[in-house]
Design a protein around this ligand. Structure first.
Ligand code: CA
Length: 228
């Protein structure tokens, strides 16, 4: 019923009246809060304190909210922490919440504390639900167990191959360029050559056998998992 119960929420916001408003509402709802006033210190706090949730303003001094979000979501230590972005304008929300920056949701300023609370609860609930099995033709993935099957038969993948396949399946039908795959699957500002992606895709296809044909090469760009 209540998913607040002492969970820590970090607020990264330079406008103190917004922070005050949020802190008041969140504490009343049973959350613990901490705050940072710029991007760099917010990032540091997220790494040190490992909060359960982050409310992140888009326009911040020192480092933008988007940059903070991208770094958080690209770091295995913090990638799991849900991020709710606060934005002053509704522009570019697709990119914010979408895969480029990885935020879990956003609210547009000015917002009501109630609206923020509802979003937070919804995101936290989502995290508690068991992950659903992904299916694409004969390929099925059980994300919770890290198991992949083709026509019911277990296929053993490395964790990178697994992440790669899961990413392609989640974004089925959409072309993923190599840089984006590197960033999302390998999970950091990679110095690895984008050809690494090609190598892993090739191995993944081999392991999937005929079902691997569903992974299409989009020449000069990247890869896509074919829709039915
Ligand atoms: Ca701001």
């Amino acid at each position: 019923m209540d998913n607040a119960s002492g969970r820590k929420i970090l607020i990264i916001e330079d406008e103190s009246d917004v922070t005050d408003l949020l802190e008041m509402g969140l504490r009343k709802a049973g959350f613990k809060t901490s705050a940072a006033v710029d991007g760099a210190s917010g990032l540091q706090k997220a790494r040190d304190d490992r909060p359960d949730f982050i409310i992140l303003d888009l326009m911040l001094p020192k480092m933008s909210g988007l940059e903070v979000c991208r770094i958080l979501k690209g770091d295995v230590a913090t990638a799991h922490i849900p991020v709710l972005m606060l934005t002053a304008k509704a522009e570019e929300v697709d990119r914010i919440v979408g895969l480029e920056f990885g935020a879990d949701d956003y609210v547009t300023k000015p917002f009501s504390p109630r609206e923020v609370m509802l979003r937070i609860r919804a995101i936290l609930r989502r995290g508690e639900k068991p992950q659903e099995t992904l299916q694409a033709g004969p390929i099925s993935i059980d994300p919770a167990r890290h198991q992949v099957r083709v026509s019911g038969k277990r296929v053993h993948l490395t964790s990178l191959e697994f992440k790669l396949l899961r990413t392609l399946m989640q974004r089925r039908g959409r072309v993923q360029d190599r840089d984006k795959l590197l960033n999302d699957v390998w999970g950091y500002e990679s110095v690895i050559d984008t050809r690494t992606v090609d190598t892993h895709v090739r191995r993944l296809r081999e392991k999937l056998g005929k079902a691997g044909d569903a992974i299409e090469t989009v020449r000069g760009f990247g890869y896509r998992l074919r829709e039915e």
